[in-house]
Ligand binder design. Structure first.
Ligand code: 13P
Length: 248
C-alpha cells in the first residue's frame, strides 16, 4: 500500500565532481533495485543541478535539504520553493534535527516551509525525533507527537512524508532497535490519524541506517523507508541499502 522510499541525505558533503563520480557508479546499479521502491538523493544545493542532469531518464529522484518559505524577496542567502522546482527537485527535507539544533528552526517556521513546498508541488519530508535527554526522561513519544502536530498543522497529510530520526542515533552508529523504531512509528501514525488518512503516509526511519540493519527495519509494519546519512555517501553502501532483501 505504501511504496518504500529510501532517501540519502548528503548533508554538507560532496562537490559537483564528487557527485558525478558517485552517480557514475551508483546509477548503473539502480536497475537491480526492485521497481516498487522509490530512491531519492538530497545533495547540497550546489550539486542539485548536476545530480538532476545525470539522473535524467533513471528512476532516481533528487531532493533538497532545505528551503526558505517565501516566494522571493530580500532574503540574502536563501533558496525559494520555485527555485527548487526550477532545478528539478521533487522532495525537500524540512526540520532535520541539525537545522533545529544549529539554526534554531522551530515548528511554526517548519510548518511554513511545509506549506510553501506543497504549494509548488514538492513533497516535504518532515523530520522529527527526540534527544537522548528527552528519551531518558520518558518524553520521547510526547515530544515527537508535538513535532508532528505542529509541523503538519493545516496540511493535507497524504502529500507529505514523515521521517523519524532520534537525535541520539544520528551519526553515532547507535540505531534504534527495530522494535523501538516500530513503536515510535506506530505512535506517529496514531497522531497522524487525527489529521487525515494516516495509512497512506510514508514514515521513514533515520539514524545510523546501514546495509546490515535495513532489512530488519523495513520488516516492521509501520516503517516505510529510510533516511540515510553517512552510508549514503558511498555508492556501494547506499546501493546495498536500496537493494535490501525483503524479509518473508
Ligand atoms: P546517519 O545515517 O549518518 O546517522 O544520519 C542520519 C541522518 O541524519 C539522515 O538525515
Amino acid at each position: 500500500m505504501r511504496r518504500p522510499l529510501i532517501a540519502g541525505n548528503w548533508k554538507m558533503f560532496k562537490t559537483n565532481p564528487d557527485t558525478s563520480v558517485f552517480l557514475a557508479e551508483f546509477l548503473p546499479k539502480l536497475s537491480d533495485v526492485p521497481s516498487g521502491r522509490d530512491v531519492l538523493l538530497c545533495p547540497p544545493f550546489l550539486s542539485i543541478a548536476r545530480a538532476v542532469g545525470l539522473a535524467a531518464g533513471t528512476p532516481l529522484c533528487v531532493g533538497a535539504q532545505n528551503v526558505y518559505p517565501k516566494e522571493n524577496g530580500a532574503f540574502t542567502g536563501e533558496v525559494s520553493p520555485l527555485m527548487l522546482v526550477d532545478a528539478g527537485v521533487k522532495y525537500c527535507l524540512v526540520g532535520h534535527s541539525e537545522r533545529r539544533a544549529y539554526f534554531g528552526e522551530v515548528d511554526t517556521f517548519l510548518n511554513e516551509k511545509v506549506r510553501a513546498l506543497l504549494e509548488v508541488g514538492i513533497t516535504p519530508i518532515v523530520c522529527v525525533g527526540e534527544t537522548l535527554e528527552q528519551r531518558e526522561a520518558g518524553q520521547a513519544e510526547s515530544v515527537v507527537a508535538e513535532q508532528v502536530r505542529a509541523g503538519l498543522t493545516g496540511v493535507a497529510i497524504t502529500s507529505v512524508v514523515v521521517a523519524y530520526e532520534p537525535v541520539w542515533a544520528i551519526g553515532t552508529g547507535k540505531t534504534a532497535s527495530a522494535a523501538d523504531a516500530q513503536q515510535m512509528h506506530a505512535s506517529i501514525r496514531t497522531v497522524l490519524a487525527a489529521l487525515g488518512e494516516a495509512e497512506l503516509v510514508r514514515i521513514l526511519y533515520g539514524g545510523s541506517v546501514k546495509a546490515d540493519n535495513i532489512a530488519e527495519l523495513m520488516a516492521m509494519p509501520d516503517i516505510d523507508g529510510a533516511l540515510v546519512g553517512g552510508a549514503s555517501l558511498d555508492p556501494s553502501s547506499f546501493y546495498a541499502i536500496c537493494n535490501y532483501v525483503e524479509k518473508g
